[in-house]
Design a protein around this ligand. Structure first.
Ligand code: SF4
Length: 337
């Protein structure tokens, strides 16, 4: 904590004990780096300054503010949880660990972070930084990707944690991992633990922590059809329990493999075109468990195809108004140029 006092970064969510702001920052930082997350945090709080304001907002509005951050289920969960805080706790953010933990999208780590930062409750917040630091310091060779190791590290932190300073202790631990005990080549000569740390003494910072990935990446093939007719296009809302739920996109054909015969598709769906359809962008988009192979095609139909239930016709110039994924936003921007 002495080290933290001297080295801490001045981050906006560190200067507040408002559990709502701490919660928003923690959710943003789950899959986003601090530098990128900062502007989103400020913008989110400016748009939804209180949990009540967030609960009363439209989902589309929340997704629009989140646009570009990715992992949109985080935004949907924040919105749903804000509604439950208003409904079940009369708009006051819960102050008990179990109540916080039950909010949608809040796991053990986030609940402990909010409980300790806002209410100084003695729950260790064990994130990747804390896992790395503790594994190196204690010489733990267990796979940090497993729940059992997380439990072990939580128990160690619980022992280390001074009862009256849970919030500062957790922040100090996380900051130690984030800026001192960094993943690659930590400068142990600058570390206050250099003489007591297992990894420093045994020169094994490159082998600790042990992390064996178990997740398999699934390949998916998305073919987006951008119909353009008299400055109008078709856009659809994603439904179902899948990535980018609730966001808008161009009509999509998903295939099992990369093979997709667009001309055959158009023929089968009785869509006559003026000129050959063109493929204008192909790229890969990596998510935590999926690799999406994206292709965008421009099609000039003689008339716009019949709409399905979740589709609508929009003027092409209105496309930037829709909440869309990062890749579709890139495409919309290209279309506007
Ligand atoms: S001495 Fe090195 S390995 Fe140990 S905690 Fe400090 S930075 Fe990490």
């Amino acid at each position: 904590m002495n080290w933290f006092d001297e080295h801490r970064r001045d981050l906006p969510w560190r200067n507040t004990d408002d559990p709502y702001k701490i919660w928003v920052s923690e959710i943003i930082l789950q899959q986003t780096r601090v530098v990128q997350g900062l502007s989103y945090y400020h913008n989110f709080i400016a748009n939804f300054p209180t949990v009540k304001a967030l609960a009363e907002a439209d989902e589309a509005q929340v997704l629009k503010v989140w646009q570009g951050l990715g992992y949109y289920s985080r935004a949907r969960n924040l919105h749903a949880a804000a509604k439950s805080v208003v409904r079940d706790f009369n708009g006051t953010f819960p102050s008990k660990y179990d109540d916080i933990r039950r909010l949608k999208g809040v796991g053990d780590y986030t609940a402990a972070a909010i409980a300790s930062f806002a209410f100084n409750l003695p729950y260790p917040a064990v994130d990747g930084n804390v896992l790395r630091f503790t594994a190196r310091y204690k010489g733990l060779f267990d796979n940090i990707a497993t729940a059992a190791t997380r439990k072990k590290v939580t128990a160690i932190c619980q022992e280390w944690m001074p009862a009256d300073h849970a919030g500062t202790f957790n922040q100090a631990m996380m900051e130690m991992g984030a800026i001192q005990c960094v993943p690659i080549n930590p400068d142990c000569t600058q570390c206050p633990f250099a003489t007591t740390c297992y990894a420093a003494i045994h020169h094994c910072t490159d082998t600790l922590p042990v992390k064996e990935k178990t997740t398999k990446i699934k390949d998916r093939f998305f073919h987006y059809l951008i119909y353009l007719k008299d400055n109008q296009s078709i856009i659809q809302k994603r439904t179902g329990n899948d990535i980018w739920k609730g966001l808008y996109e161009f009509p999509l054909v998903e295939t099992e493999t990369e093979r997709f015969d667009l001309n055959l598709f158009l023929q089968e769906n009785d869509i006559q075109t003026n000129g050959e359809p063109q493929i204008i962008l192909q790229k890969k988009h990596l998510l935590s468990h999926q690799r999406i192979h994206l292709s965008f095609y421009i099609i000039h139909p003689e008339k716009l195809p019949k709409l399905t239930e979740n589709q609508q016709v929009t003027e092409a110039k209105m496309l930037p108004k829709f909440a869309v994924s990062k890749v579709t936003a890139e495409m919309v921007e290209m279309l506007g140029q």
